[in-house]
Design a protein around this ligand. Structure first.
Ligand code: DUC
Ligand code: ZN
Ligand code: ZN
Length: 470
């Protein structure tokens, strides 16, 4: 019998802190040894000339989430996790949405019904609180945190999802008591309603006006308010999907005052702009997401936030709808106003190639920063570390092997999610994940799917030290 199940030989191992020429030996799904001349294994993968990095963790994706009457999300757990694996990911973190008037536990049970046995990667659920009743905050939530659902998202906008400030304070207080982390979608609901009504009255209803209805000030104000509420409660907070300088500066200022305020940005804020929503007919709907893509200055600001550590996590906010589909972006009501166009774009597979190419290959970030932003910081922030997010003895053998020189043109044909388009069509990237390994099992082998659906598991998480009050 061989000493190991698998050895990855000849590659350069990159973690958030180190870059080392060594081999990786795996046994029983975990990393057993790092070194040279490790001996025999059942299988050896030659990674000469390649980078051996922790499998990506995407801590912000939406799968099979109810999204309004007549609208259906493009992915189920099978297609989303398949696409994630092709993109070099080994864990993704979708949301369990509490539907209004219903309980949270009910939502969690329903999502497990959809996910269990259907995943190519590991998954771990966040919760979305839309109805924080006394029962939910006093009983359901503490029990769920105890069970390993240690983070939840609140929305400051959207009909049916939006919480008012008092409700957010109540949720934050519960997070403080239970040790969970609150994620905030920061946009001002009333300001968006005000702008939307004015634009519609002026006949400005095309997808382009989605961006005009929620300008930067709307996000900046809500970001400031969310941080202030968290400060009042003395609880850490994660501001998700930050799109521009003003919101980024709010987070930076809070961090410089010693507050535990974390920031996330996404590919759409680095490479798309508002102009993408200005397509012929309804083409612009393909890029409608919230917050909306901004302008080139905002892209620069997001890079600055990445380079200076204001943003510790880089996620996709994968939220896929088919384009050419009356249950997707072309829902008939969407032609009457941007307000009805489903918000969200696909991107779980393209997140890391875009960050690698625009970041590492173009010299904006180091390889180690790439690993921190793509995996390690997600694991640390959300209570998966040290089991996930690094290449270290004893950790799960979750590994992506990258060809740093490989040039690829992103196309719809290449993306393996359930959407019928990619917002990054035609983009050329340098650097591509070729092999993805989940807990020692090869899922993607030289760009071919070989893994079994159902090997992916749900992960219950610890409370993160980053979620503890100061
Ligand atoms: N917020 C998200 O986090 N994802 C998609 C849509 C939205 O508003
Ligand atoms: Zn959001
Ligand atoms: Zn999202």
């Amino acid at each position: 019998m061989s000493k190991y199940d698998l050895i990855i030989k000849g590659g350069t191992v990159v973690t958030a802190s180190d870059t080392t020429r060594c081999d990786v030996a795996i046994r029983g799904g975990a990393i057993a040894t790092l070194g040279l001349d490790l001996g025999e294994a059942d299988r050896v993968i030659d990674a000469t000339g390649k980078l051996v990095m922790p499998g990506g963790i995407d801590s912000h994706v939406h799968i099979a989430q109810p999204s309004g009457e007549g609208i259906v999300m493009a992915d189920d757990f099978e297609s989303a996790t398949r696409s994630a694996a092709f993109g070099g990911n080994t864990t993704i973190m979708p949301f369990c949405l509490q539907e209004n008037g219903k309980g949270l536990r009910e939502a969690v049970t329903a999502y497990h019904g959809l996910a269990d046995g259907n995943c190519y990667t590991d998954v771990s659920f966040h919760l979305i609180l839309s109805d924080p009743t006394e029962q939910v905050l006093g009983q359901e939530l503490p029990a769920l945190v105890e069970d390993g659902y240690t983070s939840f998202k609140v929305f400051m906008t959207y009909e049916g999802l939006k919480l008012d400030d008092k409700e957010i304070l109540d949720v934050m207080a519960t997070a403080r008591e239970t040790g969970a982390l609150v994620m905030v979608h920061a946009e001002n609901y009333d300001a968006i309603r005000f702008m939307t009504e004015r634009l519609e009255r002026a006949g400005k209803t095309a997808p382009l006006y989605h961006g005009k209805s929620r300008p930067i000030v709307v996000e900046r104000e809500a970001t400031h308010r969310a941080i202030s509420l968290a400060e009042l409660v003395d609880v850490p907070v994660m501001i998700v999907h930050v799109s521009n300088r003003e919101a980024m500066e709010e987070i930076r200022r809070a961090q410089s005052r010693g507050l535990k305020v974390y920031g996330e940005t996404c590919p759409q804020y680095l490479v798309l702009t508002e102009q993408d929503m200005d397509g012929l007919n309804m083409e612009g709907a393909k890029y409608v997401c919230s917050p909306p893509p901004r302008d080139e200055e905002s892209q620069e600001a997001c890079w600055e936030g990445i380079q200076t550590g204001v943003f510790s996590v880089f996620s996709s906010d994968h939220c896929p709808f088919r384009y050419d589909d009356p249950e997707g972006k072309l829902i008939p009501k969407g032609r009457t106003s941007f307000r009805w166009v489903p918000n969200g774009i696909p991107g779980v597979q393209t997140r890391l190639p875009i960050l690698f190419s625009e970041g590492v290959s173009k010299g904006r970030i180091t390889l180690n920063e790439f690993v921190a932003l793509s995996a390690t910081n997600h694991a640390k922030t959300y209570g998966l570390y040290p089991r996930k997010g690094s290449i270290a003895v004893g950790a799960d053998a979750d590994i992506a092997i990258w060809d740093p020189e490989r040039k690829v043109t992103i196309t719809e044909a290449l993306t393996r999610d359930g959407a019928d388009y990619t917002p990054y069509e035609g983009m050329e990237v340098t650097g591509w994940p070729v092999t993805t390994i989940l807990r020692g099992e090869v899922v993607i082998d030289e760009e071919t799917l070989v893994g079994g659906k159902g090997y992916g598991q749900h992960l219950s998480r610890d409370r993160s030290p980053l979620a503890a009050p100061r």
